[in-house]
Design a protein around this ligand. Sequence first.
Ligand code: WQD
Length: 338
Amino acid sequence: MQILVTGGLGFIGSHTVVELQAKGFEVVVIDDCSNADEKVLDGIEKISGKKPIFEKLDLKDRGKVEDFFHRYPDVEGVIHFAASKAVGESVEKPLLYYENNIGTLVYILKELSKKNKASFIFSSSCTVYGQADKMPITEDAPVKEAESPYGNTKQIGEEIISDTCKVTPNLNAIALRYFNPMGAHPSAEIGELPIGVPQNLVPFITRTGVGLRKELSVFGDDYPTEDGTCIRDYIYVVDLAKAHVVALERLLASKNPKNYEVFNVGTGKGSSVLEVIGSFEKVYGKKLNYRIVGRRQGDITTAYADTTKANNELGWKSIYSLDDAMESAWKWEQKIRN
Ligand code: WQD
């Protein structure tokens, strides 16, 4: 049996490949290398002693997707990370996001639907909740009007999978709604490698720490929160990667009562921007250079997960703290800068 990981050279994908190989799975990685470097395979090999089979493929090419599944009949499970994920860019280039994030999903589901039994894990996001009314956020919180085409592709993706599973009993799927992934593998052999100016908070902090960025801009401290800055649920990428393996094993072992399920994957704890900065300063050993500026358009105030369903039904729980994750992020930043 083989497991296909699309986008397997990416941040969460590469960490999931490591966890899959640690559990003895034979992994095939597809990546178009548009946002990741093939050298990530060396990092994966250094950690797990094994290099996954790699195919550089553009999943937007339906013929190539069909040909891949024809050449790899033993693929029984797919973990689908491949997607564009920059919220801001999605506003400027919506069609690029709909083609890449929706088109590729449809082609993969078409191939999986032909199999006697197929397991599919979808990389979704807490962004589907928008600003939820109640904290912590449960899976039955209403899906709100997407704030961006990127967020919309996650909502539409979930609906496509749900509709397909309704008429395809042999297709078993789980959507994992990530909160805010951060950090890097403790070995510092793989980690987050944002291209260009980092959009996300943690890589911006570590790049400021290492001197690549002059100062961090804190987007607003006038929110209705304790310290005025936004609250998010920052989850260590290794915890998140392990959740994918647990979810896949659930489907492979047919432990899923329904053939489409959704789980929040977070720590269940909210941290403000200033608290995240505080966590970094602990490992940095000095003050971080930051300035409070205006709010960023589209930011919600608060989001953190109710993880009861994942803990009780999936049998997964995050075990690492914000400080653990931050320590790994800083170690990684220093490693890639040297
Ligand atoms: C976190 C907080 C910012 C940068 C996004 C996507 C989400 C997922 C994770 C893909 C916010 C503040 C940030 C900076 C700052 N991506 N911030 N200065 O926006 O919660 O989620 O990334 O799946 O879908 O929406 O994450 O890291 O961008 O921001 O003050 O330079 O940090 O205002 O409050 P976000 P983020």
